[in-house]
Design a protein around this ligand. Structure first.
Ligand code: LRH
Ligand code: MN
Length: 422
């Protein structure tokens, strides 16, 4: 995406943008501080969500999908060029093993990208794999299977070290599908001992994120099934272990903002996999189903991180985890990053002093009024201004379409290309 195309796009939209910005700026205190926080806030793009996902019922490719890691880097680089808010990529091993590490690092630097958490995969059997993960990996009754899974995670750490990543995300599909299939206590103990061996292999400055999930692909129990179990592991493992909150990994109507507040209060919240869902782990566009919940989560994040004097941009892992069945993957990701920045901006507008005062006075009505005053504020001009000041496009999605980027990718890569990942 050539600079002149972005400049031309911005020049056409500038007057209208300035009007919107001036309107909101009148009612915002600490505008420059908020703009700086928005500029610093980068969201990592999952390498496994740059192609069309699918379900067991079907997959409908959109064409022009990246055929290798280099092309995935190009796609994330394009997103970052448009919104200057996607300055990191999170790799999944073995879906994205970097063949030539130096070349990949050079490409990342060229696109202004850093490597966020690396993800291990012991939920699929790879070709030529000695032991199957059908009945689990780190929980497995067979020591040899656990050994294989531990070795894989240590290998993933080594890939991450070479790339400059500083965290490992462990999501285990381990669990059971039927009552009686598993001894929960022994499964927990075997999983803990396995994680302890992986933890011991972490470099000093690294973090381990223990991602929990309520169900799927096991449908009776998951061995890291909820925030409490993930916290148990993280506390028993040590100071480098944290919990990871994937928004789609909760039972219906779970109060995720309360979970976030408590994990933050414990100093054990490591990061997020942002997406949205109506039923299960739907991996839909962030903010597409329940944008108020996303706002409430960011409200707890800002309140909790400020209470601990944490750096909003760097002290937690901000990652998207989505799968695209009917939308263009890049358009979906542009919408997701925008929704995250909007929820963060709204949370930064909350009058926290007035809210604390209302809470201390049990003034329930006033507390809701204060929260919804921020939520009902149209902050899109703030998010756009932060982007503009970084050299990005005022309307990334519109420019992506104006420039017929997908059509260009289909011409370059073909209609039938398939990206590795979900
Ligand atoms: C599991 C999960 C996990 C990834 C996978 C791609 O549902 O959220 O984070 O490893 O999706
Ligand atoms: Mn996830």
């Amino acid at each position: 995406m050539d600079n002149y195309k972005i400049d031309d796009h911005n020049n056409r939209l500038l007057n209208e943008h300035k009007l919107r910005l001036d309107f909101i700026a009148e009612n915002v205190t600490g505008l420059q501080g908020i703009l700086q926080k928005l500029k610093d806030f980068q969201v990592a793009i999952p390498s496994w969500a740059l192609g069309t996902g699918g379900t067991r019922f079907g997959r409908f490719s959109g064409g022009g999908e990246p055929r290798n890691l280099e092309e995935k880097m190009e796609d994330v680089g394009l997103l970052h060029r448009l919104n200057h808010s996607s300055g990191a990529i999170s790799l999944h091993i073995p879906w994205d093993v970097p063949e030539n590490v130096q070349a990949i690092r050079t490409l990342a630097a060229q696109f202004g990208l850093r490597f966020d958490a690396v993800n291990s995969n012991t939920f699929q059997d790879q070709a030529g794999q000695q032991h199957s993960y059908k009945f689990g990996s780190l929980q497995h009754v067979d020591k040899a299977v656990r050994r294989q899974a531990i070795e894989h995670n240590i290998e993933v750490i080594e890939h991450g070290v070479q790339l400059g990543s500083e965290s490992l995300t462990v999501w285990l599909s381990d669990g059971s599908c039927f009552p009686g299939q598993l001894n929960f206590r022994k499964a927990f103990q075997r999983t803990l001992e396995s994680l302890q061996e992986i933890y011991a292999a972490l470099p000093d400055n690294w973090k381990m994120f223990v991602e929990y999930k309520a169900f799927e692909p096991n449908f009776y129990s998951m061995t890291v099934g909820d925030w409490g179990q993930s916290l148990l592991y993280a506390n028993k493992l040590g100071p480098k272990a944290y919990t990871l909150v994937d928004l789609g990994h909760h039972l219906p109507n779970a109060n995720i903002e309360q979970i976030v507040s408590l994990l933050l209060g414990e100093g054990k919240l490591g990061g997020f996999h942002f997406n949205d869902s109506k039923y299960g782990d739907d991996d839909l566009t962030v903010g597409s189903i329940n944008p108020y919940q996303l706002f409430l989560i960011f409200n707890e994040l800002v309140e909790g991180m400020d209470a601990r004097h944490m750096n909003h941009a760097n002290d937690l892992g901000w990652m998207i985890d989505a799968s695209h069945n009917v939308k263009d993957p890049l358009e979906d990701l542009l919408q997701s990053v925008e929704a995250i920045k909007i929820a963060y901006a709204q949370a930064l507008l909350v009058d926290t002093k007035a809210l604390a005062k209302a809470q201390e006075a049990n003034d329930v009505v006033q507390a809701q009024e204060i929260l919804q005053q921020a939520y009902r504020t149209d902050v899109r001009a703030l998010v756009a201004e932060a982007r503009l000041q970084l050299g990005g496009a005022l309307q990334p999605l519109a420019l992506f379409r104006e420039q017929k980027v997908r059509e260009g990718l289909v011409t370059e890569r073909g209609q039938k290309t398939v990206a590795t990942g979900l």
